[in-house]
Design a protein around this ligand. Structure first.
Ligand SMILES: [Fe+2]
Length: 194
């Protein structure tokens, strides 16, 4: 398996925007947190690498998101199981060139990635509006309010987030609660890697 350092080097070959790198590292840490939380402790590094690489093609090929990724990852020596996981986070989504991604998340790890990805974006946008600029002191109640406000972080699709919770067999409350906890508990680790 590709190491975390190799994965980071590969990520930064195709991603220069600090916002994208922060998102990748955030999803990495959140995925590691979920691996531990859900009883996959031995796979935490693996879940993290999937998180780190999941948007590898987005900066340079936004219209071919999840379609260009296999090529970039293959060239970087990434295994097929990771490529499948990366592509499955676009399941059912129609990308800019008109293609609907048909790679279905099957493993629990893939379902967690699908469910948590957009939501981390929304939570981070909410954190930036706080005096602390942090998730650590964010209450679930205030996150829910932001979530329900259609105009807030409109780019973060509630439909995708809710489909993600469904795929896991979770209600939305559980997904919001755990993902906020994941981000708050890993915020220092995320910052230390930037
Ligand atoms: Fe993402």
């Amino acid at each position: 398996m590709i190491t975390r350092d190799e994965a980071f080097t590969l990520l930064t070959r195709y991603n220069k925007d600090p916002f994208h790198i922060r998102h990748a590292v955030t999803v990495e840490e959140v995925m590691k947190w979920y691996a531990n939380e859900l009883g996959y402790k031995d796979e935490a590094e693996y879940w993290g690498i999937v998180g780190l690489l999941h948007d590898i093609d987005f900066e340079l090929y936004p219209d071919e998101h999840c379609l260009k990724a296999p090529e970039l990852l293959k060239e970087g020596g990434v295994s097929d199981d990771i490529i499948h996981a990366v592509c499955s986070h676009g399941y059912g989504i129609t990308v800019g060139n008109g293609t609907t991604i048909d790679v279905e998340p099957t493993r629990e790890m893939e379902k967690v990635l699908f469910a948590a990805d957009e939501l981390t974006g929304l939570i981070w946008a909410a954190a930036l509006m706080r005096p602390s600029q942090s998730t650590k002191d964010m209450e679930l109640k205030s996150l829910k309010k932001k979530y329900k406000s259609k105009g807030f972080a409109a780019g973060c699709s509630r439909e995708v987030i809710e489909r993600g919770a469904d795929q896991l067999g979770w209600d939305l409350d559980k997904l919001l609660t755990l993902t906020l906890k994941a981000m708050a508990e890993t915020e220092d680790a995320i910052v230390s890697k930037l």
